[in-house]
Design a protein around this ligand. Structure first.
Ligand code: SF4
Length: 382
């Protein structure tokens, strides 16, 4: 029987310090807490071992938090257990998210030895003042040293995360960051606009009308995005998703699973999964998660599957984030329904408004559509 492709996400919630804008499930923790957490992760993984009969692991992604502060031995134990229970594709993409303030030669060597073959480094900015405003623990020089050490250690697939629309950031400052980074030639760049999240120090400071006035204007925000797209295109990066740019063959295969509605299993605190049409997420509270571990895998069978309507909406929301968009053929294969019969009116209107293109059965956002993507995608709610 042909095995089904599966992506694995493993959440490591520990950070050296909380960044001022961050609302991810991440925190400082003692060694004891970290050890207890890793025991639970191994236990959780064991609960899913029956999937090994039917699934082939295509990608493994250590996300966080800051997985790069974890003892590599803990990561190795997880990878060994994955290989015990599952068949892992020979060319599997195995990523670790890395904070530039935590890169050491020893860590790089250990990650390489245990089979990690892709680094996703969270730089965010090349401007030390902005890094300080964000509450990051590293400087640009830390990043440069870490990046060079990673290349020297043989990592040939490196992604770098950036943020724009930061407090006090001008389009010129941003383009300086883009120029500096693309001169280094990472294989992949993610560039997300700052989003002010409830409950963070940034929400207190910038979440009011007076505070919001300290952020770049909407016009500058769009300028930063378009200027970066143009520059990166000329530098040989393909924008394959609204916020993601890659050199040829260097798409994030793990993220492509999310955007293509492939199956993925999330392990650890607050991790979410999509398996056989069912969505489920782990508890966000550490103690609750540790207690729940023996029961978590049951949701794979017991949770209500998505309705066809929900699945169609997600197919459109996620698929249209990719530059290639979605095709009528894929829609038909997934749902046995015609894309135009379902969404014909919306498509016609949005094409007329130049928010979408629909050529040879392929539907995709235009640049104007990307600028208001949330509003455009909301039109695909049924
Ligand atoms: S390092 Fe990442 S996960 Fe940790 S607090 Fe900062 S933004 Fe959040």
């Amino acid at each position: 029987m042909k095995k089904k492709d599966l992506g694995l996400y493993i959440h490591i919630p520990f950070c050296v310090r909380k960044c001022a804008y961050c609302d991810f499930v991440s925190f400082r923790a003692s060694e004891n807490v970290q050890n207890a957490y890793f025991r639970s992760l191994l236990q959780e993984l064991g609960e899913y071992q029956s999937l090994g009969n039917t699934c082939l692991i295509r990608t493994i992604y250590f996300g966080g938090g800051t997985p790069s502060i974890a003892d590599p031995i803990q990561l190795m134990r997880i990878l060994l257990l994955i290989r015990d229970h599952f068949l892992v594709a020979e060319d599997a993409e195995i990523t670790i998210e890395v904070n530039p303030g935590t890169i050491t030669r020893e860590n790089l060597k250990a990650w390489k030895q245990i089979g990690i073959n892709r680094l996703s480094i969270g730089l965010q900015s090349d401007n030390d003042d902005l890094l300080q405003t964000l509450g990051r623990i590293h400087t640009y020089d830390d990043f440069l040293a870490g990046y060079r050490a990673a290349r020297a250690a043989g990592f040939d697939n490196i992604s770098v995360d950036l943020m724009y629309s930061l407090p006090g950031q001008t389009p010129e400052m941003w383009m300086n960051t883009i120029r500096n980074l693309s001169a280094l030639g990472p294989d992949h760049i993610s560039a997300y606009a700052l989003s002010i999240e409830e409950g963070t120090p940034f929400a207190k400071k910038y979440g009011t009308p007076e505070g919001a006035a300290l952020l770049p204007s909407e016009e500058d925000d769009r300028k930063m995005y378009h200027d970066a797209c143009e520059y990166l295109k000329a530098a040989g990066y393909e924008r394959y998703e609204i916020s993601n740019f890659a050199k040829p063959d260097r798409y994030s295969r793990h993220n492509m699973i999310y955007w293509s509605m492939g199956d993925y299993l999330g392990l650890g605190l607050n991790a979410s999964s999509y398996m056989n049409g069912r969505r489920f997420a782990n508890p966000a509270d550490l103690n609750e998660y540790i207690r729940a571990v023996p029961k978590l895998s049951a949701r794979m069978r017991e949770n209500e599957p998505q309705t066809k309507k929900e699945a169609m909406e997600e197919f459109m929301f996620l698929g249209l984030r990719r530059s290639r968009g979605v095709t009528a053929k894929e829609f038909k294969e997934a749902f046995r329904e015609d894309l135009e019969a379902k969404y014909g009116k919306v498509i016609k209107r949005l094409v007329r408004q130049r928010m979408l293109t629909f050529e040879d059965g392929r539907l995709a956002l235009t640049d104007a559509g990307i600028d208001v993507s949330n509003a455009v995608l909301a039109e695909f709610l049924l």
